[in-house]
Ligand binder design. Structure first.
Ligand code: SAM
Length: 237
């Protein structure tokens, strides 16, 4: 097994270290341009999906027909390039980012690896861009941006994804501290905790959604939209 590199390590692993070691280094590694983009992210310590999530996506995309992907949070274009590589030849990935530094790097990667026809990068705040996108258009929607915003983006995401489509949300556990009492959480991160907890509860309670959580990276949630109309409760605060 390859040794886990320092910047590949999670600060707060949510699974046993030996399991993590296997998930990160004992499964089929990336090759070619995907390995190049992954190396760039590791060298610059840019947070992109970890190896175990790459492996999971590779498996998932081999099992279900995905043609239209929407991502919130492009960073340097790693996960968008991966999803493009894994999906149908006629498919398309649309991704969103608001940070100029990341946008420049993502564009450079899409150009370098001839992905500009296959991946569209929308620049700006997701809250402004999501309402402009077509309803029931996407087979797979990947939320990988500011964690406190996930619950706020959920109504738009449910509008955008097709019935039968899937929403995947990254980094939902805060190293497990999302389950700790609020008074033990640092004040600056309490809102993130509250919002993530609310997300976990709402998704489980609402009619018309099937979901599961998986211990990949800092935890992912997968949601299937089972009905055309899903009614969500008002945000708590
Ligand atoms: C964890 S990184 C994404 C990593 C990427 N999905 C990957 O694995 O290759 C999160 C990105 O989301 C972007 N982001 C965060 N909040 C956002 C928002 N509200 N609107 C648009 N982009 C946002 C950040 O600029 C950052 O580049």
């Amino acid at each position: 097994m390859r040794e886990i590199q320092k910047n590949e390590m999670m600060h707060r692993p949510i699974v046993d270290e030996r399991v993590l070691q296997f998930m990160r280094t004992g499964q089929k590694p990336l090759t070619g341009y995907m390995r190049e983009i992954q190396k760039e992210a590791q060298e610059e310590e840019i947070p992109v999906i970890p190896e175990e999530t790459v492996v999971f996506l590779r498996f998932l995309f081999s099992q279900i027909q995905i043609r239209e992907v929407l991502e919130i949070g492009a960073a340097i274009g790693f996960s968008s390039a991966l999803m493009d590589q894994l999906m149908h030849q006629e498919g398309h990935v649309t991704t969103i980012d608001r940070f100029d530094y990341m946008i420049k790097k993502a564009k450079k990667n899409y150009e370098k690896y001839q992905l500009t026809d296959r991946i569209t990068l929308l620049e700006g705040q997701a809250v402004d861009i999501l309402p402009t996108l077509p309803s029931a258009h996407y087979d797979f929607l990947f939320m990988d941006s500011a964690k406190a915003k996930y619950i706020e983006f959920l109504p738009q995401c449910l509008r955008l994804v097709k019935t039968g489509g899937c929403i995947m949300i990254d980094d939902i556990f805060q190293g497990g501290t999302v389950f700790d009492p609020e008074e033990t959480i640092r004040r600056g991160t309490r809102k993130i905790h509250r919002r993530l907890k609310e997300l976990l509860e709402v998704v489980n309670e609402v009619e018309g959604l099937t979901s599961c959580v998986l211990p990949l990276g800092d935890g992912v949630m997968l949601i299937t939209k089972e009905k055309d109309q899903v009614i969500l409760p008002e945000l708590r605060d």
